[in-house]
Each structure stands twice: as structure tokens, then as C-alpha cells.
Design a protein around this ligand. Structure first.
Ligand SMILES: Nc1nc2c(c(=O)[nH]1)N[C@H]1C(S)=C(S)[C@@H](COP(=O)(O)O)O[C@H]1N2
Ligand SMILES: [Mo]
Length: 210
């Protein structure tokens, strides 16, 4: 393996925060429900649904840790209006996962699944953004339990609820379906630059009917 790749996706100045967001000092913990306990011998990352060959793929923690590592510098925008700028996330890029376990040609969306059944749906095109990353590290250090250890998804160009902490797998879908927050009043797409916060703002084509 050569030098790990490094990419950048962020607002370069505070004045370039997405509309309605404010800068947050430090890194708050935001999620619904308890922090799961990591059990290394039980943990696996699964790719299932409409895969190219119809088979599921599975990595245990040791296998997952051996996948190609890269970094991305990116901001995090929470829909509750705080933003964290310029974190360096390290892990396995979503594109790498897709290369290892490709979707069938008719896949349009992915559901990203986490512990306790938390989920977030993404358009395949958003998932394939070059900055989407299954992160194990932030700023060179392993994630803490509260921030998603051992693995979280970061999709910097969407609101942060689209990036599950404690992620356990992805499901390839041939039609869109709402995830946890998308069923509970949040926007199906969730682009912070267009301030797509709530499902009542959705326009035809933004998501399946509620
Ligand atoms: N599994 C899981 N992941 C989650 C959430 C959650 O409730 N459960 N909340 C999301 C939301 S709304 C935000 S803002 C970020 C917060 O990440 P942080 O706690 O590391 O700042 O995690 C996201 N990932
Ligand atoms: Mo959030």
C-alpha cells in the first residue's frame, strides 16, 4: 500500500458556515439512546441488500482494520445548529467499501445501519461523494465510545444525522426508504447549504411519501 490518500471538504472560513449554523467550541456529544458497548469478537461490518453478485459481504473487526486507510479534513454540521470545523477524519472511504462490495446496477440508495437499529438513508450519489468516510479516527486519535467507536460514518456535505455512529453495515436499495430521523420529521436529503432541515420542506422528488 502506498501513502494514504488525503482529501478535504470544508468551509474555509467561519463566514462560510451553512445558513443558520454557528461555530461550536469543543466537540459535544449528540445522539439518541445509550452508548453501545463494543464487543470485538461479536462485531462485524455487513454489506447486504442489492449487491452486484447477490451475496452478502462481512468483515470482522480485525479484517475491517486491515482495509485501506485514508483521511479527510471535513466539517460536521448538526441540524440543532452547531457546526464543528476542520476535523481530520481517518478511516475507510465509502468509495473503498463500494469497491470491495459493489452494488447491483439498479441501486439508487443506501441505508446505513448502526447499533440498536439506528439508520440513515442516503442517495447512492451522496454516499459516493469522495469525502464520505467510515471513520475510526479523529485528529489522529481513535474515536471515543461516545463519538462512535469503533466506527462511524461521516458525510460532510450533509447534516450529521446522516452519519451514524457505531455503524455496523450498509444495505443497498433499489428504491428509497426513510431512516431513523427521516421518519421522524427530518429532511430526507439533508443538505445544510440548502438548509434542508425538516421533512415539511421537502419538494416532490426529495423523498418517499411520509
Ligand atoms: N447511532 C447514532 N448515530 C448518530 C446519531 C444517533 O442518534 N445515533 N445522531 C447523529 C447526530 S444528530 C449528530 S449531530 C452526530 C453527532 O456526533 P457527535 O456526538 O460525535 O458530535 O451523530 C449522528 N450519528
Ligand atoms: Mo445532529
Amino acid at each position: 500500500m502506498g501513502q494514504p490518500e488525503s482529501r478535504e471538504y470544508r468551509a474555509s472560513e467561519e463566514s462560510e458556515l451553512p445558513p443558520g449554523q454557528r461555530l461550536q467550541r469543543g466537540w459535544p456529544v449528540t445522539h439518541y439512546g445509550p452508548v453501545p458497548k463494543f464487543k470485538p469478537d461479536r462485531w462485524e461490518f455487513r454489506v447486504f441488500g442489492a449487491t452486484a453478485d447477490g451475496d452478502k459481504r462481512c468483515w470482522n473487526h480485525e479484517e475491517f482494520s486491515a482495509l485501506p486507510f485514508s483521511t479527510v479534513v471535513a466539517d460536521l454540521h448538526c441540524v440543532t445548529k452547531f457546526s464543528m470545523l476542520g476535523a481530520e477524519w481517518g478511516g475507510v472511504s465509502a468509495r473503498t467499501m463500494v469497491d470491495f462490495a459493489p452494488p447491483a446496477p439498479n441501486v439508487t440508495h443506501v441505508m446505513v445501519w448502526a447499533e440498536y437499529g439506528y439508520s440513515a438513508n442516503l442517495r447512492l450519489s451522496d454516499f459516493l461523494s469522495e469525502c464520505a468516510m467510515f471513520a475510526t479516527h479523529k485528529d489522529g486519535e481513535l474515536l471515543t465510545a461516545e463519538h462512535g467507536f469503533p466506527l462511524r460514518l461521516v458525510v460532510p456535505h450533509l447534516y450529521a444525522w446522516k452519519g451514524p455512529k457505531w455503524v455496523r453495515g450498509i444495505e443497498y436499495m433499489t428504491a428509497d426508504r426513510r431512516g431513523f430521523w427521516e421518519e421522524r420529521g427530518y429532511h430526507n436529503v439533508g443538505d445544510p447549504w440548502r438548509e434542508q432541515r425538516y421533512s415539511y420542506q421537502e419538494e416532490p422528488g426529495d423523498g418517499p411519501e411520509l
